[in-house]
Design a protein around this ligand. Structure first.
Ligand SMILES: [Ca+2]
Ligand SMILES: [Ca+2]
Length: 246
């Protein structure tokens, strides 16, 4: 996918340095490079980011509009409540990967903060029903604010101003769901709504994608015993070569 970025260059870089140093007949430099390989490999985790492939809202009557990318979330002050959804294609995460952390980031300047309140609390929920955004459904609306809550944060802005950029860290309960089947969805719900007052986030928004998912992965291939063995093998071959009759 074009919008995925794989940052694991640090491990490749350390392997390259290690093999370059193998050409140098210096035991101390090779030892140093082996240590560098181990330390840098262990310190470099992979990060993948995924732009939402679809986003939108469901209202409390179950209505959604499949072509509408507006993520209006909250209460219109009279009778309509909306939760928003965010779908991600995470199929490019290789099998067997281990997630160490994840978060969703909402892009700023996407509609307005339309609430007289100093802050609103945004909760991020799991999605276990059908993929949101395809058809109207009251059960999808409910799914976007029930089940497993992955995380929440308070969002502050002046009434009527542009929405800020902000992130919500997803708890470890989300990790297995991200890895489950290549498709991952999140629901956003405001838990600080009071009656009779318009309280809406992303009012008048239109961005596609409205958000992106960041997933940090354990380094894939840092088998410390075998890299130690590589260093040992290199040392053994150097010693053998030095002991050979000229
Ligand atoms: Ca749910
Ligand atoms: Ca409120």
């Amino acid at each position: 996918m074009d919008n995925n970025k794989w940052h694991d260059n640090c491990l490749l870089f350390s392997i390259k340095i290690f093999y370059q140093e193998r050409q140098v007949k210096s035991i101390s430099r090779m030892l140093a490079s082996g240590v560098f390989f181990l330390v840098s490999g262990a310190a470099c985790a992979g990060t993948m980011t995924f732009n939402a492939v679809d986003n939108g809202w469901y209202d409390n009557s179950g209505n959604t509009s499949p072509s509408n990318t507006n993520t209006w979330t909250g209460f219109d002050g009279s009778s309509t409540y909306r939760n928003s959804f965010y779908n991600f294609d995470v199929s490019s995460i290789a099998a067997g990967q281990v997630i160490t952390s994840a978060k969703i980031t909402f892009n700023g300047n996407n509609g307005n903060y339309a609430s007289p309140d100093a802050f609103e609390t945004v909760q991020i929920w799991d999605v276990t029903s059908t993929t949101p955004g395809l058809a109207s459904s009251v059960s999808v609306y409910n799914d976007l604010m029930t089940g497993v809550e992955y995380g929440q944060t308070d969002v502050s802005a002046t009434n009527g101003s542009s929405m800020p950029t902000f992130s919500v860290t997803l708890g470890s309960a989300a990790f297995a769901d991200i890895l489950a089947d290549g498709q991952f969805s999140l629901g956003a719900h405001i838990s600080t709504l009071r009656s009779g007052v318009n309280q809406v986030l992303w009012s008048g928004s239109y961005a596609m994608p409205a958000a992106y998912l960041t997933v940090n992965l354990q380094p894939k291939s840092v088998p410390e015993p075998s890299s130690l063995a590589l260093v040992g093998l290199g040392l053994a071959s150097l010693i053998w070569r030095r002991k050979r009759p000229a």
